[in-house]
Design a protein around this ligand. Structure first.
Ligand code: FES
Ligand SMILES: [Fe+2]
Length: 469
């Protein structure tokens, strides 16, 4: 009997089959569930400085990564500073149709040209006032009489690659990198229904996490831990019947779908009124006038109806045909190495995880909310980042609402995982075959990048590979 036969029922696809408004076709697709290996994944990658240093070269300087949202830099001269380990880029709109990423370091003696976002028409170094225009050309050297040996034409600001998709701006330090369009694989096709370019960044909270960046990400790409770490959600959240998608031949993208408005398969005989009340208790989005159930009504159908009413009001357009799954469910994608964008309308979240400088045992986690723009494309100003210190809780950021409690529960565990891995005498972590298949897939891709030589060639074959199919 394979994994497919052993998984708890109802499956996500069984739930979709009885939905009031049917799921879009991309949600009716399920990847093969069987065939993943059972090998452990080495533990040293979560704390080794040598691993971290190699990862900087092979991952952070080779892979596409999310820098910002396009709506954060709408005008010529608008820019943000994107930092990854010790690399720093100024991501700037240089024309209405062009965004560039300049290496954020003065070509005189190395000073950071910008330390924060803003709008400028040139980059003037604060040390000796060498100045570059938005095209990256050196246009002023202070007291040039002393610099006759410097040729301004050799002093253009170096650039990284820039690409955009779904309203996100991506950067890549590698001038020989694969184009963003092929790197994204099936992500654009899947997000056709979810229109992320019609969203804007309504909240953005960042926190230093007490763990390696991969541990933080892995805690958010499986639902195996939900019944234990977040037991408050089980009356309305499908945990053990979560669908995990890792598609053959796809390297950078994976997905999970957890249905909401139905209880965990572990709970039987749950009164649908309890499902509704506990979901309303934890998710203020469903608060307001009572939700009445008539004989034969399902909690999921009623909650989806309420979600559609609320989404219609907040967007200012009729969303009554929105599918139940887009109205309610956790539809979470991952783009290697570190971006976790959610589909649907119910939970408009995007996570980003990064190393915290050179410390492999702490990381930077960011939670963004991407709300829909008005039908005419207008929207409030995008949210500034709220930075939480290591000592603050996610719940110190009220804009995160109910997502904060769940993230705090996970953060407490992550502290223990990081410490426990250092205490362990076992060389690897053991993963569930299906429910942790996205973690396996992530490590298979990571191992592939980590095993490449400087010329991009594969120098060793890693142990954790793609499924045996
Ligand atoms: S270091 Fe920038 S002008 Fe001198
Ligand atoms: Fe969690």
């Amino acid at each position: 009997m394979g994994i497919s036969d052993r998984r708890p029922k109802p499956s996500v696809q069984d739930v979709f089959a009885t939905d009031t408004n049917p799921a879009p076709s991309v949600m009716r697709n399920e990847s093969p569930a069987d065939g993943w290996p059972t090998d452990d994944v080495s533990a040293e990658r979560y704390f080794s400085k040598e691993w971290h240093d190699r990862e900087v070269e092979n991952v952070w300087r080779k892979c596409w990564q999310l820098a910002c949202r396009e709506e954060e830099i709408p005008n010529v001269g608008d820019h943000i500073v994107y930092e990854i380990v010790h690399d720093s880029l100024i991501v700037v709109r240089t024309s209405p149709t062009e965004i560039r990423a300049y290496v954020n370091s003065c070509l005189h003696r190395g000073t950071l040209l910008r330390t924060e976002r803003g709008c400028v028409q040139s980059f003037r170094c604060p040390f000796h006032a060498w100045t570059w225009n938005l095209d990256g050309k050196l246009v002023n050297m202070h007291q040039a009489w002393d610099l006759s040996h410097v040729n301004a034409d050799d002093m253009n600001l170096p650039q990284a690659q820039v690409g955009t998709w779904g309203g996100f701006v991506f950067i890549n330090f590698d001038e020989n990198c694969e184009p963003l369009t092929s790197y994204l694989e099936n992500l654009p096709e899947h997000f056709d229904s979810f229109d992320l370019d019609k969203r804007y960044k309504a909240a953005h909270v960042a926190k230093i996490m007490p763990c390696n960046w991969r541990l933080a990400m892995e805690a958010f790409i499986e639902a195996y831990h939900v019944a234990i770490a977040h037991p408050q959600v089980l009356a309305y959240y499908g945990d053990s019947n979560t669908q995990y998608d890792v598609w053959p031949g796809i390297r950078h993208v994976s997905r999970m779908i957890s249905v909401q408005g139905v209880p965990s398969p572990a709970l039987t005989g749950i009164d649908p009124n309890r499902t509704i009340e506990e979901m309303r208790r934890d998710v203020p989005f469903f608060a307001g006038k009572p939700i009445e159930l008539a004989e034969g009504d399902s909690a999921r159908a009623k909650l989806a109806e309420r979600a559609r009413e609320k989404i219609s009001r907040s967007i200012g357009s009729d969303m009554s045909s929105l599918s139940d799954t887009e109205s309610l469910d956790l539809i979470e994608y991952m783009l290697f190495p570190n971006m976790v964008p959610w589909g649907g309308q119910a939970l408009p979240i995007c996570y980003r995880l990064r190393p915290n400088g050179d410390d492999p045992e702490t990381s930077i986690m960011e939670i963004m909310f991407l709300f829909s723009k008005a039908p005419d494309g207008s929207h409030p100003a995008p949210a500034e980042i709220r930075w939480l210190s290591a000592d603050q809780n996610w719940s110190d950021a009220p804009e995160l609402g109910s997502a904060a409690m769940v993230a705090d529960q996970d953060t407490e565990n992550l502290y223990r995982i990081q410490k426990g891995l250092r205490a362990s005498k076992k060389p690897g972590v053991t993963l569930a075959q299906y429910q942790e298949s996205r973690i396996r897939h992530f490590h298979a891709t990571l191992d592939d990048y980590m095993s490449r030589g400087d010329d991009g060639s594969v120098t060793q074959i890693s142990e954790v590979r793609t499924p045996r199919r």
